[in-house]
Design a protein around this ligand. Structure first.
Ligand code: OGA
Ligand code: NI
Length: 365
């Protein structure tokens, strides 16, 4: 069957080309290794990325988390900064977050080592089984068959909490560091949920008691160098389907946030982590904290590696229903979303794929 291509190219059998790509089990890295000099059409965006029009004076805030557990005045200050950042940008960078640089560096290396290991060994980890049966998933483009454009990116997705994988379920290339890193990210996440609860005027344990830190999935992204970066995209505009994301990026850059009608770079800062609010946080705060659109451009320089830690129970079936927090609602601020289960939202998000629209719209009242 000939399918029309949503990116506006002449009609071609996109499905067949996607299947052929999927069956290589070697992702975008496999294409680059094979020496492609042109971006194949499944990866082409409708209009080229204009890198030059995106220069801007705006600077994403950086919050120093040092001293918040010892000094109540510092803590209050930081709570104010977190509130301001999440109400406007939905994003901030963090320094003095408590995770040693050596752990960050090793985690980046673990992701690099996984993607750059022997191809035949790596292929054995390739799967598109989103049923929740497996805690480890490696593939290229989780939304390959649904999304309008295939992305210049390979990723793994690993559910670390509530039920940590057994060591044999994890690839040896990043097994130990994944367990260590995710333990430390969980501690940082707990601290952030306490700060955010206070920033919302709630009891410090409110978000934790709701279960916002009950699940953690770690994604290891690999963006190979691209021969024609303006013709494709590393990750298209999207918002995250989680409560919060803690992102570790290497030194290459390419992450951009849509803020005040323009795309702003998130420059790599050595030793820093980026944090952003996801759709579930926007939903339960009834739009007080915003889940902002962001994207990653493709780059001639590469590979770029990033590690996105998603606070969500994701693929795990739980019956918990999340809805806007009653204490935040008033006559002037009526409820905007219906209750959801995480599984329901995650399934809808994956089916829809990263098509540039927000999945939240589907759940408004
Ligand atoms: C994500 C994401 C950004 C990056 O995983 O949702 O936006 O820099 N990642 O890879
Ligand atoms: Ni994201």
């Amino acid at each position: 069957m000939v399918l029309s291509d949503k990116s506006g190219q002449p009609e071609y059998d996109r499905k067949a080309e996607l299947t052929a790509f999927d069956e290589t089990k070697t992702g975008v890295k496999g294409l680059v290794d094979s020496g492609v000099t042109e971006v194949p059409r499944i990866f082409r965006i409708p209009s080229p990325e204009n890198f030059n029009s995106q220069q801007t004076q705006l600077t994403l805030p950086t919050i120093d988390l040092g001293g918040i557990n010892e000094d109540p005045i510092r803590r209050k200050e930081v709570i104010g900064q977190v509130k301001d950042a999440l109400e406007s940008w939905g994003f901030f960078q963090m320094v003095n977050h408590g995770i040693p640089v050596s752990v960050l560096d090793e985690m980046i290396k673990g992701v690099m080592d996984f993607h750059e290991q022997d191809t035949e060994v790596k292929k054995q980890w390739y799967t598109r089984d989103f049923s929740g049966k497996t805690r480890w998933l490696y593939n290229s483009n989780f939304d390959l068959y649904g999304a309008p454009v295939t992305n210049w990116r390979d990723s793994f997705y690993c559910t670390m909490v509530p039920d940590p994988p057994q060591p044999h379920e994890l690839p040896p290339t990043c097994r130990e560091i994944l367990l260590d890193y995710s333990n430390q990210v969980m501690k940082l996440g707990v601290c952030l949920f306490e700060l955010m609860s206070e920033a919302l005027g709630l009891d410090p344990n409110h978000l934790l008691d709701m279960g916002c830190a009950d699940g953690l999935a770690v994604l290891g992204h690999y963006y190979p160098s691209c021969p024609q970066p303006e013709l494709t995209i590393g990750t298209p505009n999207h918002t995250d389907n989680d409560f919060i994301t803690i992102l570790l990026q290497d030194h290459i850059g390419g992450l951009k946030i849509f803020y005040q009608n323009q795309w702003t770079d998130v420059p790599p800062i050595p030793g820093a982590l980026v944090m952003n609010a996801g759709d579930y946080l926007q939903l339960i705060t009834n739009d007080k904290f915003v889940s902002s659109q962001h994207k990653v451009v493709a780059n001639k320089v590469g590979p770029r590696v990033s590690v996105a830690s998603f606070f969500t129970t994701g693929l795990i079936q739980t019956s918990k229903v999340y809805e806007p927090i009653a204490e935040l609602l008033s006559k002037d601020n009526p409820v905007k979303y219906r209750g959801i289960t995480i599984k329901e939202y995650a399934d809808y998000y994956r089916e829809k794929g990263l098509d540039g629209t927000s999945a939240l719209l589907h759940f408004t009242i």
